[in-house]
Write a protein that binds this ligand. Structure first.
Ligand SMILES: [Mn+2]
Length: 359
């Protein structure tokens, strides 16, 4: 098992790469779609950032990331002695009509195929993604982790204000549509049909390119958020994703914290074993949590309901040799709240990996 760190594009500095290396990371996961590119200096760099519901990012219709662009980033990561493990999330400006079943979806899926081929050429083995209309939305910020550390969670419900036309996944893809209405109503069945179409188109290309597509579960895992349906909001629903197009290239970005906070009473460890046994786990997000939907709080890695060592023993038993990154961490009162929070989690995860691997 390998320890990694997730960084946003704006965080790809020599200092942050040195920080990761010094704390024992060997791998980097990069969020190329940067929530904070619009000048939010408080960007937390979390895979689903704290406070992201406070302001919307803006994207634009754009081309996919080129081989040159990706190779430049890869060289920088490798110059710091690290390995680029995965990209996390497609740019909504590239694939919004795939999510929305809109008129440009055929052209957009061809662009996504080109992007996957580009990843293969550059040697980035995993493309993580959220197949989500609302994205990460509707969480409450300020719920307290240990010692009053700022964190996020849900207090009995989530945001159900409709998504404006021109937006998807918390980002504006077409400013001209803003103010013209709301996103058309969608059913769960329709959203599953869109995912199935996407996977049938792209998985064969990914397989040929040596790239694994890895789906993140819905965070927060409510059945509906902002009046839009969610796909994977209970743990067994991942099996349906895998069964749509069985392939090593159709895999799971396993956010253990999100899985643990899901409703339904399904056993986290049994299901992790089920997915690990199939070799379906591309990489892991690790955090801890107290409670389940509709009321839960994200907490420090060592204070929640998830037995981290038990998770890693299951992974070890099934030969998982992928990357584990800290997911969100509470902000630690200090001169560097994000860095201290992540450092605490990295140290804990590194120790638990060592114990699990020692048998
Ligand atoms: Mn996650």
């Amino acid at each position: 098992m390998k320890l990694g760190l997730g960084l946003y594009r704006h965080q790809l500095t020599d200092d942050n790469l040195a920080y990761a290396r010094q704390l024992g990371c060997t791998h980097i996961v990069v969020h190329l779609v940067d929530y904070f590119a619009q000048g939010d200096q408080a960007g937390t760099g979390d895979s689903q950032p704290i406070g992201s519901s406070g302001g919307w990012g803006v994207t634009r219709v754009r081309d996919v990331w080129s081989v040159d662009e990706l190779a430049t980033i890869k060289a920088r990561i490798e110059a710091a002695g690290l390995i680029w493990a995965a990209i996390e999330n497609f740019d909504p400006g590239v694939w919004y009509d795939i999510l929305l079943d809109g008129p440009r979806k055929e052209a957009q899926v061809e662009a996504i195929k080109q992007l996957i081929r580009n990843l293969g050429r550059v040697g980035i083995p995993v493309m993580g993604y959220n197949f989500s209309l609302a994205g990460v939305a509707g969480r409450a910020t300020g719920l307290e982790a240990r010692g009053g550390a700022e964190t996020v969670g849900a207090r009995g419900g989530t945001d159900q204000t409709p998504i404006p036309a021109g937006m998807v996944w918390n980002m504006v893809y077409d400013p001209d549509l803003l103010g013209t209405g709301v996103m058309p109503a969608t059913t769960h069945a329709e959203l599953w049909d869109r995912l199935a179409w996407f996977l049938r188109e792209v998985v064969p290309v990914a397989e040929a390119a040596g790239v694994r597509l890895a789906l993140h579960p819905d965070d927060p895992p409510f059945p509906m958020v902002r009046q839009a349906p969610r796909l994977v909001y209970e743990i067994p629903m991942y099996q349906r994703v895998l069964d749509l197009v069985p392939s090593p290239a159709n895999a799971i970005e396993c956010c253990v914290g999100t899985l643990s906070e899901m409703a339904g009473g399904h056993d986290l460890y049994d299901w992790l074993e089920t997915y690990a046994r199939q070799g379906a786990l591309a990489y892991l997000h690790m955090r801890n949590v107290v409670g389940t939907v509709p009321t839960y709080t994200e907490v420090f890695i060592d204070e929640g309901q998830i037995d981290v060592l038990r998770v890693f023993r299951i992974l070890q038993k099934h030969g998982f040799d992928g990357v584990i990154i800290p997911d969100h961490t509470p902000m630690v009162t200090s001169p560097a709240p994000w860095h201290v929070g992540k450092a605490f989690s990295l140290g804990y995860l590194r120790a638990m990996i060592a114990v699990a691997e020692a048998g």
